[in-house]
Write a protein that binds this ligand. Structure first.
Ligand SMILES: NC(=O)c1ccc[n+]([C@@H]2O[C@H](COP(=O)([O-])OP(=O)(O)OC[C@H]3O[C@@H](n4cnc5c(N)ncnc54)[C@H](O)[C@@H]3O)[C@@H](O)[C@H]2O)c1
Length: 247
């Protein structure tokens, strides 16, 4: 068992939703956590709250689509805590728009955050983990990495890539002690999925999950903890989707 107590973790997209639930789950298990997000004001507010309860938690600003920014995040984490054991590449964005109307800029924004961001996060985490003999990486994919969604072509493409990047890296680094897995949530109430952001589309979502509700961020965080703790899993994508993809 990969004990989380005392381990050093980075969670990107940690200021809200699934990332924040993961930050809390790690802290409750005794990990030291750097959570990073593009939303600096939100992150600093969350940091203030968490510091009332936990000693080892720090917020850092990051833009995961910028390689230098991710390199700096990993370097400053190692400078503060001495090592890096866990990397959760969770930051992500979506766009719902007919594909023939999608601009080049909109398409590339989704790919650069959801896909390139995972590449940069894995690249710099692996560089550190190789120095200490290993670690655990979890990438947040999606059900939409496995099945199509009308109007979500760029998002589908980015999450499909995350699934295979995860398998590829798992195979490449398993013998060097680094495990790489992914979690694929169904629709979860969060900053990204809410009535205000999605309008009519949101109303139809519940009935598409056989369990009859959307997921909770804590339920996804639970799977991320499992993927970190279980030392015999690598290269898998765990679906936590209320039966969405079983149909
Ligand atoms: N909510 C869902 O239904 C759902 C389903 C499947 C997968 N996911 C995935 O889960 C992950 C977390 O999303 P969430 O649902 O918690 O939504 P969320 O909007 O609450 O959280 C995403 C976080 O990523 C941050 N972020 C966006 N762009 C960034 C950038 N360039 N650099 C750093 N941070 C950035 C946002 O500020 C935000 O805090 C995403 O990868 C998303 O694609 C979500």
């Amino acid at each position: 068992m990969f004990e989380l107590n005392g381990k050093v973790a980075i969670v990107t997209g940690g200021a809200s939703g699934i990332g924040l639930a993961t930050v809390k789950a790690f802290l409750e298990k005794g990990a030291k956590v750097v959570f990073a997000d593009y939303n600096e004001a939100g992150g600093l507010e969350v940091e203030k709250d968490l510091k009332e309860q936990f000693d080892h938690v720090i917020f850092k600003h990051v833009d995961v689509s910028d390689e230098k920014s991710v390199e700096k995040l990993v370097a400053s984490t190692v400078e503060t805590f001495g090592r890096l054991d866990i990397m959760v590449n969770n930051a992500g964005v979506g766009i719902l728009k007919q594909s023939h109307e999608l601009t080049d800029e909109e398409y590339k924004r989704v790919i650069s955050i959801n896909q390139d961001g995972v590449f940069y996060g894995c690249k710099y985490a692996i560089t550190e983990m190789l120095k200490t003999g290993g670690g655990s990486i979890v990438n947040t994919a999606s059900i939409l990495g496995s099945v199509g969604e009308a109007g979500a072509m760029a998002y589908n493409a980015s999450k499909g890539a995350v699934n295979l990047m995860t398998k590829s890296l798992a195979v490449e680094y398993a013998s060097r002690g680094i495990r790489v897995n992914a979690v694929a949530p169904g629709y979860v109430d969060s900053g990204m999925v809410n009535k205000e952001a999605l309008g009519d589309f949101y109303d139809g979502l519940v009935s598409r999950h056989p369990i009859g509700r959307l997921g909770k961020s804590e339920e996804i965080a639970h799977a991320i903890v499992f993927l970190c703790e279980n030392e015999f899993v690598t290269g898998i994508t765990v679906l936590v989707d209320g039966g969405y993809t079983a149909q």
